[in-house]
Design a protein around this ligand. Structure first.
Ligand code: SAM
Length: 309
């Protein structure tokens, strides 16, 4: 038996050191999550324990003094929720991901993180298609956000393209309640419409200049039906952007695939997504992944200008 193939990764003897580092990371995340939550005022810890978790947060360089209580609470919730999900996965690997994250703060943090997809599409996808920027600046421009969650990305779309009307679809009432409040807070009630609707039942034809499709959340069993529905809902010349998790290196790609699997969606290569977009009549497939500064990758395609009604 060969001891090692010797091409990639640390020698086998280093596995213990890697494991020790990972255990430190998990324990650090636990302590920092508690420190943030305690500092926000949302959790009371015994004095000695509070001091010790704060010492861990300080040691990793976190400056808790210049962050307001709401942000501390949100970040603490996110850290603790992610760790809890990882622990639940480790204990019960066969259970689906905690999709029903019910803590509103965690949903808001996840939504806010997804809002960065808007500028990435604006900067890296739209310029690849002649005429689409103009369409999105036109007074009748419309954007569809499939899997709108708490509406953070829908609001980002509305702000990036101030002429557009955005329609956000979701099947989850709890997320839509938060989305409604977010849209009011953002002053976008007149421009962002929310619908509790499964994407497979979408019956809008020739209606959108840009469709964002949250790929990791749409199960394989209904994916082709969902893609056919969004292709039909796209205006001739408009774009569908299929997004999924991605990673810049093997570890982050492996974690991305795991996240997709646990989110209920299919693990698909960019080429396979492109094929499926072509199969529903879309063309000009473009893959956008590297260098967008997000743990995500996009496959975009255009509805042909000659599409018939
Ligand atoms: C990660 S969230 C999207 C986050 C979102 N960008 C935000 O700003 O909050 C994905 C959403 O897709 C929704 N979803 C899952 N299946 C769906 C379906 N068949 N049709 C519409 N939405 C769906 C889920 O309920 C979930 O809220």
């Amino acid at each position: 038996m060969e001891a090692s193939h010797g091409t990639a990764g640390p020698p086998a003897g280093d596995l213990r050191a890697v494991l020790t580092q990972l255990i430190t990371s998990a324990e650090t995340l636990a302590a920092v999550g508690l420190a943030l939550t305690a500092r926000s005022g949302d959790l009371v810890l015994p004095a000695g324990l509070a001091d010790r978790v704060m010492a861990v947060a300080t040691a990793v360089g976190g400056d808790l003094d210049n962050v307001d209580a709401a942000q501390l609470k949100a970040m603490g919730s996110l850290a603790r929720a992610m760790l809890a999900q990882a622990a639940a996965f480790s204990a019960n690997p066969q259970e689906p991901a905690a999709w029903a994250v019910t803590d509103p703060l965690v949903l808001q943090m996840l939504g806010q993180a997804s809002a960065a997809i808007g500028p990435a599409i604006h900067d890296h996808v739209i310029p690849r298609y002649r005429g689409v920027a103009d369409r999105l600046a036109a007074p009748d421009a419309r954007v569809l956000d499939v899997g709108t969650g708490v509406g953070a990305l829908a609001c980002a779309f509305a702000n990036l393209w101030p002429a557009t009307t955005v329609v956000g679809l979701d099947v989850w009432p709890a997320a839509l309640d938060l989305a409604r409040a977010n849209i009011v807070r953002a002053g976008l009630v007149d421009r962002v419409e929310l619908r509790q609707q499964d994407v497979v039942t979408l019956a809008d034809d020739d209606s959108y200049d840009l469709v964002w499709f949250a790929g990791p959340f749409i199960p394989e069993s209904s994916l082709d039906q969902a893609l056919a529905a969004v292709a039909k809902a796209t205006r001739p010349g408009g774009l569908v952007v299929y997004g999924t998790f991605g990673g810049a290196d093997p570890l982050h790609q492996a974690l991305a695939d795991l996240r997709v699997l646990r989110s209920g969606g299919p693990i698909v290569t960019d080429d396979a997504i492109g094929e499926r977009l072509r199969a529903v009549g879309l063309t000009d497939v473009v893959n956008v992944g590297a260098d967008i500064g997000l743990p995500a990758r996009f496959v975009a395609a255009r509805r042909p200008h000659t599409a018939h009604r």
